[in-house]
Write a protein that binds this ligand. Structure first.
Ligand code: DGL
Length: 268
């Protein structure tokens, strides 16, 4: 069961490693909170799955975290945020923070030419949530959206640079570059790990918009409404994965520089 006890942990989940980009922002923004992180690594990628499957997987993850009596759920996965946020909000009586609105608000702030790129998984792009959100908030918006299904498997294999990555970046990003977008929403929490390769291809005039800091800020805002952990409390994180834990621990340390990950294997 979820709880309204301020001392309870915050649950964060993703299909795999990508949610660690959000967790990292949360760790700096919330130094006195406890976190429980779940990476559903056995079933990643979610982004090539059907709506109903994504919905079911998202609810499975949320139920697992609710079993840890969390006070808030952070859906650190755009694919689940795009397909199942409302279902999770309906089922759990606690604040639920997704990635889509925070990413859109950030993009609206940084654009100058109103030409937005959006990259994400097949399911996120096909769902159209970013395209609808941007055009609703900015009547001058021109949105160029591109599904990039190879990026998540590359990141999950720890491949974030090198010639194969460069070729895939060019494959997906050539049309966004040609469309002269000035900002690109990284509509998948795995993608900030490829930011170096993206920026090298696009050049310095394109701003990459990750949702992680904005998600952490949204979570802090919600906690201030009565759920803030005690200021003298020590920050802790418990990690759970559904596939091999040692691989996750190693990639979390090398790709994200998060120390002390000792994930526990669970079956959902
Ligand atoms: N990191 C996730 C996202 O933000 C999931 C990617 C996937 O599993 O395909 O969409």
């Amino acid at each position: 069961m979820v709880t309204n006890n301020p001392d309870a942990p915050i649950g964060v989940f993703d299909s795999g490693l990508g949610g660690l980009t959000v967790l990292k922002s949360c760790l700096s923004a919330m130094p006195h909170e406890r976190f429980v992180y779940l990476g559903d690594t056995a079933r990643t990628p979610y982004g090539s799955k059907a709506h109903e499957t994504i919905r079911r997987y998202g609810l499975d993850c949320a139920h697992f975290l609710a079993g840890h009596e969390v006070k808030m759920l952070i859906v650190a996965c755009n694919t689940v945020s795009a397909h199942a946020l409302e279902d999770i909000e309906k089922e759990f009586d606690c604040p639920v923070i997704g990635t889509v609105d925070p990413a859109i608000s950030t993009a609206l702030r940084v654009t100058k030419n109103h030409r937005y790129g959006v990259i994400g998984t097949e399911a996120t792009i096909a769902g159209g949530v970013y395209q609808r959100g941007l055009t609703a908030a900015d009547p001058a918006a021109q949105v160029f959206a591109k599904a990039c299904p190879l990026f998540v498997p590359l990141v999950e294999q720890g491949m974030v640079s090198g010639s194969i990555v460069e070729q895939v970046v060019e494959l997906y990003m050539a049309e966004l570059k040609a469309a002269r977008v000035d900002s690109i929403i990284l509509g998948c929490t795995h993608y900030p790990l490829l930011a170096g390769a993206f920026q090298a291809y696009l050049g310095p005039d394109v701003t990459l918009v990750a949702c992680s800091d904005a998600v952490a800020a949204a979570a802090v805002h919600e906690l201030r409404l009565g759920l803030l952990g005690h200021s003298e409390g020590a920050q802790t994180v418990e990690y759970f994965v559904t596939d091999a834990a040692d691989k996750f621990d190693g990639l979390g340390a090398t790709l994200l520089g998060i120390k002390g990950i000792h994930a526990t294997h669970v079956d959902l």
